[in-house]
Ligand binder design. Structure first.
Ligand SMILES: Cc1cc2nc3c(=O)[nH]c(=O)nc-3n(C[C@H](O)[C@H](O)[C@H](O)COP(=O)(O)OP(=O)(O)OC[C@H]3O[C@@H](n4cnc5c(N)ncnc54)[C@H](O)[C@@H]3O)c2cc1C
Ligand code: SF4
Length: 481
């Protein structure tokens, strides 16, 4: 039944049912169930249809949220899907894993007025899942025939795949190269199943392949071809390789066994979940079962590690972070989920060394308090003298963030300019790097960021590549006249 809008006073906010913590800690299935049709319409009808929709302004894709909410409330789901997919290549992914509390929902006007935000992400997921079930999601085949030019995309993460989708629709031959064995980047090997089930990503890559996108997996640029070689092969190249160099902690004992980087741990868990044989998981090295686990860090990667360890059957999981809860970089929604699942947070604690003989047995940490703010306005942690403690651990996972690899060296491309942070430098307007015809998008340009920004960058880069190729084709066509 069609719902009227502006129901935020009489209709309370509701999320799809969240599975009980005790049940979800036993498996890797997603933790939220689906909205039923009536519930989605009812929740969409809470939207206040603002003249200036701050949700849309704060969505990196500027999704037309108020309009697709109204269509959902009115039961016009196919139109809602058409509108939603017009600005977002993977709306079902964003609906699941965007930190909505910091983006669209955090800026919803009815949230600001104390009524509780419209549950935008859950409705976006509902619309797109309905579209998949109803056969409305179409493969991105060329709309107006094939073009003679080909584009090489390095990296099959969300930035590369979003660009591949747009460029293929425009009729280009699209070749995606990735050093992993499956497309998806961090959507497959970083983000755990309980946030994003893998078949959600796999059905998208399948659709791209059906549309003619050619995937060259287990192909590492730098090892299997140089950037120059790829550039010669294609009319334009897009670098979308993400950032993978793990930040490390240099402290006494950091060479002990069973201290591992987050991506090593999460990749093993995700591969195991996908049915691959992972020797380091099978021999227990990267499996938290029966272990006391300590995760160091306060971002989303740390949250994924603690919650993975719970599901693997760790006997205790502690997360050490040097600031307090209010100042942690990770999504508060994820912290709440982790706490419900039994993770203990040790706020204001800074690892100083690792104890053990051969293998780690404890993290030795100092207690901190928050001192004066630094230049960015953030309070700096200051150590409290004489308050050190030991946190027992059989497995320590370092989740301290990521930096870019040295691409100019790895790709044997000394002319590829990078910033002082090592990210690839592009022109804000043309999205082109210092090498003509070579573009870049996603984390390798921004530094570690979000999936929704990678999608935005991939779409923008595709539009810029199209413009570049059209501009080059014009003089050639004129000369031939
Ligand atoms: C554990 C974890 C959890 C996260 N959780 C969230 C979340 O909940 N929500 C959210 O919005 N964001 C999250 N993020 C961030 C998000 O995953 C990234 O911002 C996003 O994936 C970046 O997309 P990308 O396409 O730029 O790079 P990536 O997804 O990293 O993809 C890059 C691809 O390039 C390939 N590649 C790299 N080098 C080469 C080479 N030399 N040759 C060939 N291929 C190469 C890689 O194999 C990879 O497939 C998380 C990140 C991590 C690590
Ligand atoms: S893409 Fe992300 S930020 Fe934008 S509407 Fe969807 S959930 Fe919100």
């Amino acid at each position: 039944m069609a719902e009227k809008m502006l129901k935020f006073v009489q209709t309370a906010q509701a999320m799809p049912e969240k599975r009980m913590a005790a049940d979800r800690a036993k498996d890797f299935d997603e933790i939220y169930r689906e909205f039923a049709a009536q519930k989605a319409a009812e929740q969409a009808s809470r939207c206040s249809q603002c003249g200036v929709p701050f949700c849309q302004v704060h969505c990196p894709l500027h999704n037309n949220i108020p309009d697709w909410l109204r269509m959902t409330a009115e039961g016009r789901l196919e139109e809602a899907y058409e509108l939603s997919q017009a600005t977002n290549t993977f709306p079902e992914v964003c609906g699941r894993i965007c930190p909505q509390d910091r983006l669209c929902e955090g800026n919803c006007v009815i949230e600001q007025s104390g009524h509780g935000t419209v549950t935008i992400g859950a409705i976006e997921k509902y619309i797109t899942e309905t579209a998949w079930a109803s056969g409305w999601v179409k493969s991105p085949k060329p709309l107006h025939g094939e073009r003679p030019q080909s584009i090489g995309i390095v990296g099959a993460g969300p930035a590369g795949l979003a660009a591949a989708d747009k460029l293929r629709r425009l009729g280009y031959a699209v070749h995606v190269y990735d050093r992993y064995d499956r497309p998806g980047g961090l959507l497959i090997y970083g983000i755990p199943n309980f946030k994003l089930e893998k078949d959600v990503v796999e059905r998208r890559s399948k659709l791209l392949a059906e549309a003619g996108v050619q995937f060259h997996m287990n192909f590492e640029v730098g090892r299997d071809a140089t950037l120059d070689e790829l550039r010669k092969k294609h009319d334009a190249v897009l670098i979308a390789t993400g950032v993978y160099k793990a930040r490390d902690i240099q402290a006494p004992g950091s060479g002990l066994q069973n201290i591992v980087p987050a991506m090593t741990y999460l990749t093993a868990s995700n591969k195991h979940g996908l049915g691959d044989t992972v020797p380091e998981f099978e021999n227990g090295q990267l499996n938290a079962q029966g272990k006391k686990v300590v995760v160091i860090g306060g971002g989303d990667t740390a949250m994924d590690c603690v919650r993975t360890a719970v599901r693997q059957g760790a006997t205790a999981v502690h997360c050490l972070y040097r600031r307090d809860k209010a100042n942690m970089p990770g999504s508060l929604r994820e912290v709440k989920n982790a706490e419900e699942e039994g993770v203990e947070f040790v706020w204001l604690s800074l690892p100083k060394s690792f104890r053990g003989e051969g293998k780690v047995t404890a993290v030795h940490a100092g207690r901190m308090k928050l001192g004066p703010a630094d230049a960015s306005g953030r309070q700096m942690p200051v150590e409290i003298e004489g308050a050190d403690f030991d946190q027992p651990a059989d497995l320590v996972i370092k989740a301290l963030g990521f930096d870019p690899e040295d691409l100019a060296q790895d790709f044997k491309a000394p002319h590829l300019e990078v910033t002082r942070w090592g990210t690839v430098k592009i022109s804000a307007r043309s999205k082109m790097t210092s090498m003509p015809g070579v573009f870049a998008a996603g984390d390798i340009v921004r530094g570690a960021s979000l999936v929704v920004w990678a999608i935005r960058d991939g779409r923008d880069a595709a539009a810029a590549i199209h413009q570049y190729i059209q501009a080059k084709a014009q003089p050639a066509a004129q000369a031939a006249e």
